[in-house]
Design a protein around this ligand. Structure first.
Ligand SMILES: *Cc1c(COP(=O)(O)O)cnc(C)c1O
Length: 380
């Protein structure tokens, strides 16, 4: 099956108790058992819930994986992955990482004796000196946030395999419509389902998709033991969101291309970071591993200052100034003071996050209105 069919049918069956075509919201904490040790596969909703289970199967299907696991947020999903490690273990990750991921790595897990290395992943041959026998996980995001760099997933996978460690890919920015990391050798795919999967800015949720039975078993154990699960209502909302993922993503990509072109040609705009440009440093890799280039981009102003960014984000009328991304509505954000405020200024500037940088999550409105809005905000 192809993606447009899988988002609607993949891993789903009509509700066995009634035939309801849409998975019901099983708003229940427990399940009546027939007799001691005799139940219908559901005992307690931290451990199993039919609505969550339907979503987990659907996610496994659209990411071409065997197992899906859902959590109360994207960070709860990352938390579960790192809990597979032991004190003394080491992780190699990218330097322009989602701010919250950087925070949980450095402020929570370093305390428990896990060591994190942050590096550019443009040339894997240069990373050999960061690896030793304690390295257990390579964790990447592609496209990266907010620089929209592209990391070669197949190369990351060969690197991880060569050094006997797992590769985890945060696929939030691309969504399963644009790329499927498990097909390129990743061991774990992670999503903040809060973003494109949910798609309507009405839910916070995380997910992991895995092929390997043993890794899935460990993560399922952690999901149940740590208990950061999502509720049935939220599972229903994300199931509903996913049914239009392919349609939404098509429009996000079309609008993204038009807006990137507009910004690129505007004299007050300095740089536009979007992997669809032929002169983007990783365009070839993007083209080979993504089906299209998405609606996420960042730009800087010729007049690079906090004030310029402030003027633009205060003047937009169709775009809204807000954290998050991937919803039907267009959002803009200021990485230096918002998503990446928890990354120290020197670290931030090393990776290119300038004070005037604005990140856009281009929504699915009419492109003409979005362009007119940005034009008046930039020129106004
Ligand atoms: C939002 C986001 C996260 C964290 O997900 P939450 O659902 O907010 O916990 C992780 N990675 C990326 C790339 C994100 O955009």
């Amino acid at each position: 099956m192809k993606i447009g069919t899988k988002v609607i049918h993949g891993g789903l069956i009509p509700d066995p108790s009634t035939g309801a075509i849409m998975t019901p919201i099983y708003q229940t904490s427990t399940y009546v058992q027939n007799s001691l040790g005799e139940h219908k596969g559901y005992e307690y909703s931290r451990t199993q819930n039919p609505t969550r289970h339907a979503l987990e199967n659907n996610l496994a299907s659209i990411e071409n994986g065997k197992h899906g696991l859902c959590f109360g947020s994207g960070l709860a999903a990352i938390d579960a992955v790192i809990k597979m490690l032991n004190p003394g273990d080491e992780v190699i990750s990218t330097s322009d990482l989602y701010g919250g991921t950087y925070r949980i790595f450095t402020k929570i897990f370093e305390k428990y004796g896990i060591k994190f290395h942050f590096t550019e992943m443009t040339d894997f041959d240069k990373l050999d000196d960061l690896v030793n026998e304690n390295t257990k996980l390579v964790w990447i995001e592609t496209p990266t946030n907010p620089m929209l760099n592209i990391i070669d997933i197949k190369k990351a996978s060969s690197f991880a395999k060569k050094h006997n460690c797992m590769l985890g890919v945060d696929n939030t920015f691309a969504s399963p419509y644009l790329q499927n990391p498990l097909d390129m050798g990743a061991d774990i795919v992670m999503h903040s389902a809060t973003k494109y999967l949910g798609g309507h800015s009405d839910v916070v949720m995380g997910a992991l998709i895995i092929n390997d039975d043993e890794i899935a078993e460990q993560l399922y154990f952690i999901q149940n033991s740590s208990g950061a699960v999502c509720g049935p209502m939220d599972s229903f909302l994300v199931l509903r969101g996913i049914k239009t993922l392919h349609l939404r993503m098509q429009r996000h990509c079309e609008n993204g291309a038009k807006i990137a072109e507009f910004l690129e040609s505007h004299p007050a705009v300095d740089k536009v970071y979007w992997p669809g440009f032929e002169n983007h440093p990783n365009h070839k890799v993007a083209k080979s591993q993504m089906r299209d280039f998405g609606g996420m981009m960042s730009f800087t102003a010729v007049e690079d200052s906090y004030e310029t960014a402030k003027k633009i984000v205060s003047s937009v009328r169709v775009f809204s100034l807000a954290e998050s991304l991937g919803g039907v509505e267009s959002l803009c954000g200021h990485p230096a003071s918002m998503t990446h405020a928890s990354i120290p200024k020197e670290e931030r500037e090393k990776t290119g996050i300038k004070d005037s940088m604005i990140r856009l999550s281009v929504g699915i409105e009419d492109a003409e209105d979005l362009i007119a809005d940005l034009k008046q905000a930039i020129e106004g």
